[in-house]
Design a protein around this ligand. Structure first.
Ligand code: LLP
Length: 466
């Protein structure tokens, strides 16, 4: 991920969606999710739509901020993954952390995806979305005793263990229940992901997994232990990766380990190579992830000599381009240098990625029009200077009240939303076959406060305010 668009960064030649070419001559229909024919498209009149549903209509009816998802894009992306790995025994375990809205997860399931859960909560979402325990791999760097016990009780496909100590705790939980837990070991291959430091996970200084040099002894020891059935090895070296090199190297290291273990008599069933395939947040800026087919071919090639089933855990590449965040302009403020602040009703509480990683997201007026663009910083309403969605963007100056679309927000958008500044969690809408429905209501103030316990009225005498 390139650091862009964050509070402190200025882009030299800023090009956002809808600003390419002459604003006076918008092309007839610009499929944004090319080569897919579904997804977010700018219509003849300039207005953006999702699979035939005008985004302006959704914003007007549901209000903003609202996330809008395309079921067609999610389905198509799950299918592309499945097709890419087709030549080899495989399973695509969608990483729920990217977006675990029930409706999203149901679409993934209907398209033949399985799931990767990172917490007890995500396991419960998977079950409620209709997945069987055997469809779930359970990852997580800090699993609580309750989470381990629940995963053992359910008999999930694999618990991806993070340490020798955790393997012991899983074995203990299994023995107490008189059962055997299926486990894999997460290995840290000490490989740089060439991504943003916050989402790189495969170096030895990162907290994830056990050092590759220690893994063989740990597996050999644990595979003989009562309560454990050792099924695989797991790696995940980073997220938003735009090159295949780190993935190839990580796969090779885990394949070597699997061969050594086979020599030791440890019979594995699968290699889980994690997620990490990036998406083109900034296509115009040259950001180009490898096609899923190339990604799959590299992993299959690496795993082939082992004969083992290949598991992957894509999150972003499934749902990222399938979602936009719609926000409304609440203020436009001129600046001394002739540029503008465009202030939205959504900020880092709804979409944290720009503030947290300096991440770049395309931004466009929902109703694009022929007008000379101005240079503006698109900012949120939160009381932090990092609350900036885009710096030096070129947009026609919007009117107060106008909806704005922030693209590629389907992954790690609503999933990372918070109540900071007492913002309600945003509404979410799913578009499917030219129809749409609300799949999460906007949180009400009562819901937000439901768990909070105030002192009984009158129990604490109030001191004078001055
Ligand atoms: N598997 C494991 C073990 C993971 O830790 C992750 C992501 C994935 C799979 C899915 O990775 P993906 O295919 O989505 O790259 N909040 C950050 C991303 C954090 C990713 C954490 N782990 C962001 O907004 O960029």
């Amino acid at each position: 991920m390139r650091l862009r668009g964050g509070a402190g960064r200025r882009r030299a030649a800023s090009v956002a969606v809808g600003e390419r070419g002459s604003p006076a001559a918008p092309p007839a229909a610009v499929p944004y999710n090319a080569p897919s024919m579904s997804g977010f498209v700018r219509g003849v009149g300039g207005g953006w739509a999702c699979d035939g549903v005008p985004l302006a209509a959704v914003a007007a009816e549901v209000g903003t901020p609202v996330y809008v998802y395309s079921a067609a894009v999610i389905r198509e992306r799950v299918r592309r993954f499945r097709a890419g790995f087709e030549p080899w025994p495989h399973a695509v375990h969608y990483a729920l952390k990217a977006n675990s809205n029930l409706a999203v997860v149901e679409v993934v399931r209907a398209a033949g995806g399985l799931v990767d859960a990172n917490s007890g909560g995500e396991i419960e979402v998977a079950l409620r979305a209709g997945f069987a325990p055997g469809d779930i791999v359970f990852t997580g760097v800090g699993k609580t005793p309750a989470e381990i016990d629940r995963a053992v009780e359910l008999g999930v496909k694999a618990i991806n263990a993070e340490s020798a100590g955790e393997l012991e705790r899983i074995a203990g939980a299994a023995r107490r229940r008189g059962t055997t837990a299926r486990v894999a070991l997460r290995v840290n291959p000490d490989i740089a992901a060439d991504s943003h430091p916050h989402i790189s996970t495969g170096l030895s200084r990162h907290k994830f997994g056990v050092a590759i040099g220690d893994a063989r002894a740990i597996v050999r020891e644990a595979s003989g232990r009562a309560g454990l059935r050792f099924t695989g090895l797991h790696i995940h070296v980073g997220s938003q990766m735009l090159g295949l090199g780190p993935l190839r190297r990580a796969a090779a290291s885990v394949v070597d380990l699997a061969r050594e273990l086979a020599g030791d008599g440890v019979k594995l069933e699968h290699l889980d190579l994690g997620g990490g395939l990036g998406i083109a947040y900034d296509e115009a800026g040259g950001e180009q992830p490898p096609p899923v087919g190339d990604y799959a071919a590299v992993l299959v090639e690496a795993v082939r000599p082992t004969g083992l089933t290949l598991l992957v855990e894509p999150g972003r590449a499934i749902v990222g381009p399938a979602g936009v965040l719609l926000a409304s302009v609440v203020d436009v403020k001129p600046r001394a240098d002739g540029t503008w602040f465009v202030v939205l009703d959504a900020g880092m509480s709804e979409l944290m990625r720009p503030a947290l990683y300096g991440a770049y997201h395309r931004i466009a007026l929902v109703e694009e029009r022929e007008a000379d663009p101005v240079t503006c910083d698109v900012v949120g309403p939160i009381c932090e200077s990092s609350d900036v969605f885009g710096v030096e963007r070129r947009l026609p100056l919007p009117a107060v009240g106008e909806p704005i679309a922030v693209f590629d927000a389907g992954a790690y958008g609503s999933a990372m939303a918070s109540n900071y500044n007492r913002h309600p969690l945003p509404a979410e809408v799913m578009v499917d076959a030219s129809a749409w429905r609300v799949v999460r209501r906007r949180q009400t103030m009562d819901e937000q406060l439901a768990g909070e316990v105030a002192a009984p009225r009158g129990s604490a005498p109030r001191e004078p305010a001055r």
